[in-house]
Design a protein around this ligand. Structure first.
Ligand code: GLN
Length: 494
């Protein structure tokens, strides 16, 4: 095969498929072979080999018509949190290790309707709780750039699948950074859409006011195509917006490509006060070089303030645990999932099933969440956190009166060593410092790769936008990719 599949975008693959330069079977086989070759990275919980090949053959047989989606025939993977009818959805938990989906998530359905080939489901932190992907019932995901290091979480399997070329694109979920953080640790792009842009129907719930599915890809066009395929109102999720969604890939290809100068006049805010504590000097250096690339491209910069951002982690770890403790109450050993045999009465059945079915981190969150919601502490913790959340959101609204986007590092450091932070959850939570304010404010954020640190590990940055203004983020990311193509489209292993 002379066609270079791994280094091609979805648009290039679509063209090659249409012109029969490659077959969908060849494309799917390549990814399936690589999944086997790099099995030790532990990026997948399940792989649908025969089924994917059959689907690929039917795409080859039926061919392409003019209006087909660019995702037709493209191998994609899903974090194991999305329902996929007839397939297991484990959420990387013993609790759901035998759970077979009885319906499709809207994300899954939209992909299937477009002819994308779901080749497998990715490893993740149990119930999406974590920043390193070490909290999985199926073991940690390894970072392909250095297998002694974490992949980032909680969508670590998805990030590694994309980075190592084990699927063209993947979908994760982002409650407090879970698509962006692993993207940054593995040198790929990821989008946390505005809350309400992508349906949560059929996505196992963690913290419902923060959860948002988001695409992950090796380049900006693929990220746009992946977002286009799933975004927009869904009557099955009343929190999705009815606002019209316009294709971002179409906008980039028809308006931006070739006219870049027109799209680089916007202003980017920098919250200098927030760039202090715990930020690795090398990440800060890379931040400055992203600023100079964007400046050269024509963007202007402005110092802004996010005075309440320093409380974001505290607020986040109160709200997410409260919502998780309520959402996870449904796993009682009766209606869903794992049931212990070690019990003598009904209460014993509940507690034994939950004690044995959930991992450490999940139990920690349930305990914390139950505490902050309990009578006597509810006002002091949960209500207070909800009020501070409002202030954080207001900070962004104020900032966006004077700028169009905000630039931040995605993570304060590069990927750390496996095991380095597992015994100290508080230090682990600090990895989310730059990602959680976005979820608390319900705004969109696009994470992209920048340079590598002296440890030879990737660094990532993120552009934050106004509610529902993902388009501006994509314009900037597209320009950046034009300026620094060497930062994008990397496949981490041969
Ligand atoms: N690391 C964060 C947490 O542990 C974010 C997880 C997520 O976005 N799903 O809660």
């Amino acid at each position: 095969m002379s066609f270079d599949i791994l280094n091609s975008s979805i648009l290039a693959l679509n063209k090659a498929l249409r012109e029969k330069k490659i077959s969908c079977r060849e494309l799917t086989e390549l990814y399936l072979k690589r999944i086997k070759k790099y099995k030790d990275l532990n990026a997948y919980i399940s792989v649908f080999e025969d089924e994917s090949l059959k689907r690929a053959e039917s795409v080859d047989k039926d061919g392409f018509s003019e209006n087909d989606s660019v995702l037709r025939g493209i191998p994609v993977s899903l974090k194991d949190i999305f329902m996929f009818k007839g397939h297991k959805t484990t959420c990387a938990s013993k609790m759901l290790s035998d759970h077979v989906s009885v319906y499709n998530a809207t994300v899954t359905k939209r992909l299937e309707d477009k002819g994308a080939i779901v080749i497998g489901k990715n490893n993740m932190d149990e119930f999406a709780m974590g920043s390193s992907n070490e909290h999985s019932f199926y073991g940690p995901v390894l970072n392909p750039w250095d297998t002694a290091r974490v992949a980032g979480g909680s969508s670590g399997g998805s990030a590694v699948a994309v980075s190592a070329g084990l699927s063209q694109i993947s979908y994760g979920t982002d409650t407090g950074g879970s698509v962006r953080l692993p993207a940054s640790y593995t040198s790929i792009c990821a989008l946390k859409p505005t809350y309400g842009r992508v349906s949560r129907y059929g996505v196992v719930a963690f913290a419902s006011s923060l959860d948002q599915p988001g695409p992950m890809a090796r380049n900006v066009e693929d990220l746009a195509a992946a977002f286009d395929a799933v975004a927009g109102h869904d009557e099955k999720d009343s929190t999705t917006s009815t606002r019209q969604y316009q294709s971002i890939l179409g906008h980039i290809k028809n308006n931006v490509d070739g006219n870049e100068k027109k799209f680089c006049k916007k202003c980017i805010g920098i919250p200098r006060d927030f760039l202090k504590e715990g930020l690795d000097p090398e990440v800060l250096k890379s931040f400055e070089s992203v600023v100079s690339v964007l400046e050269k491209a024509g963007f202007s910069f402005k110092d802004i303030k996010l005075p309440h951002a320093k409380y974001a982690l505290d607020v986040y770890y109160i709200i997410n645990t409260a919502e998780a403790s309520s959402n996870l109450a449904r796993y009682d050993g009766i209606r869903y999932g794992f049931r212990s045999t070690e019990f003598s009465d009904l209460k014993g059945l509940y507690s034994s099933s939950r004690s044995l079915g959930f991992g450490e981190e999940v139990k920690r969150r349930i305990a914390l969440g139950t505490f902050v919601l309990s009578a006597g502490y509810y006002d002091a913790y949960f209500i207070k956190a909800a009020k501070v959340r409002r202030l954080i959101r207001r900070d962004f609204e104020e900032a966006y009166k004077t700028c169009d986007m905000i630039l931040l590092p995605t993570a304060p450091t590069t990927a750390f060593k496996i095991g380095e932070k597992t015994s100290d959850p508080m230090t682990m939570y600090l990895s989310d410092i730059y990602t959680v304010p976005v979820n608390l404010a319900s705004i969109p954020s696009l994470s992209f790769p920048s340079e590598f640190g002296s440890d030879n590990m990737p660094i990532g940055m993120q552009l934050l936008g106004r509610h529902f203004d993902e388009q501006t983020l994509f314009e900037a990311a597209w320009l950046l990719q034009k300026e620094r193509p060497d930062w994008f489209n990397k496949v981490s292993v041969k």
